[in-house]
Every structure is written in structure tokens, then in C-alpha cells.
Design a protein around this ligand. Sequence first.
Ligand code: ADP
Ligand code: TYD
Length: 209
Amino acid sequence: METKRGLFIVIEGVDGSGKSTQADLLANYLRSLGRKVHHTMEPTESGLGGMVRDGLGGEHPRTSEELAAMFLADRVAHNVSPKSGIKQFLESGTDVVCDRYYYSSLAYQGVDGPFDWVADMNLKSPVIEKPDLCIFIDLDPKKCSERIHSGRSHFEIFEENEAMIAETRRRYGKVFEFLKDRENIAIIDGARTIEEVFEDIKKEIEKLR
Ligand code: ADP
Ligand code: TYD
């Protein structure tokens, strides 16, 4: 009997928008429906993911191009790893919920010049799976910043200030405009309670099932 392919759902948003909170809820919700779920994230927790995190941390600053290539390598490994790869999970009927994916590379590294290059590397790669749905949690940068400051003490280079978050949000807008005819993208208002945001996510999931 042919195994039905799992659903591949990505949660995106600027730092502090509520991605990991909603990804946790979504993974648990799908499990409660009796589905098998692999909850994962990018950068990954592998060696490559660790190198990328070092590049973000500020001690060894990298150019956008270097970061784009490093995130790409991490993403390729994330897809093709024989034991824990996204492809293998989907083909064996397991849903994959991923906190950030190539939309982040387009928004954070695809600044001006390299945008086409970053888009091509990710979207034309024969080994990078296309998600069934990308959920973007949209939230005002001021609220993101408030949430980040109340919950964390460590700041990465992209979390430095509200202006930067606002710029990233604007770039995500451009990315989704660019992808609108070829990808399934749901933009969800994150400025509500955790439960209210999740209700909208559930509605998007229902459309896929
Ligand atoms: P991200 O993964 O996008 O950085 P998190 O899910 O870690 O965001 O959320 C950032 C902080 O905001 C956490 O302290 C979290 O508990 C809180 N938070 C998440 N969603 C909401 C919400 N809808 N309303 C209020 N606080 C929230
Ligand atoms: P992380 O610690 O996972 O933060 P968050 O909870 O906000 O997701 O840090 C991930 C950082 O990596 C985040 O600032 C965005 C950045 N990033 C890129 O710049 N490009 C990418 O392709 C990905 C996946 C992440």
C-alpha cells in the first residue's frame, strides 16, 4: 500500500513574533489528531547549523553571501540526511513542522543584489523540498521587541533594534509578493492572544487536509 506523504508546514516571522510558540502548538495539535510529526527548525542543531549560529553571533561576522551559502548547506543537509532528513520524513508519511526555512534566507540574506542568487539557490535546488504551506506570523516590530526583551537576555545581531525588525518585516513582504503565484502562503495577524493566533493556524491546516 502506498504511504500518504506527510504535510510540510513552515512557520516564519521576524524574531519575537511567536514562531516557536505556535510551532509547538501546531506539532502537538497534529499529534493529537493521530498524525506522526517531526518538529524541526533552521538553523538546525547539527554541526552545520552550529557554524551558522556562530556566524550570526557577532564574534565572526559573515557577509550576506557567506551566510546565504552557509544556511543553504545547512538546509540541504536538513533535507537529505538519511536518518533525520525532511524528505525521508515526508515520504514515510510523517508531517514536518519547521520553524524558519528558505523564506528566512530570502528575507535576511536576499538583500538587494544577491536576492536573485539566494532565491535561485533555494527555489531551484533539486533537493530542497517545497513546503505545502508557509505560515507567516505578522507582528508590529514594537511588540516583537517588547516580547524579545521580556523573554530573553541574549541578543543576536538581527535582534538589535526595532528598526532592524521593521526592515526585516518589509523584506518578508517583498519575498511573499515575489512568491505569491507559486507558493501557498498564509499571513496571520500575530497581535492577538496565543490561542487566537493558533485558531487561525488551525483553519489554514484544515484547508490542507
Ligand atoms: P519567536 O520564535 O518568533 O522568536 P517566541 O515564540 O519565542 O517567538 O515568542 C517570543 C516571546 O513572546 C515568548 O516569551 C513568548 O512566550 C511570547 N509570546 C508568543 N506569542 C505570544 C502572544 N500571542 N502574545 C503574547 N506573548 C507571546
Ligand atoms: P534563532 O535563534 O533560531 O532565533 P528565532 O527564535 O528568532 O528564530 O535564530 C535564527 C536567526 O537566523 C534569526 O535571526 C534569523 C536568521 N536566519 C537567517 O538569517 N537566514 C536563514 O535562512 C535562517 C533559517 C535564519
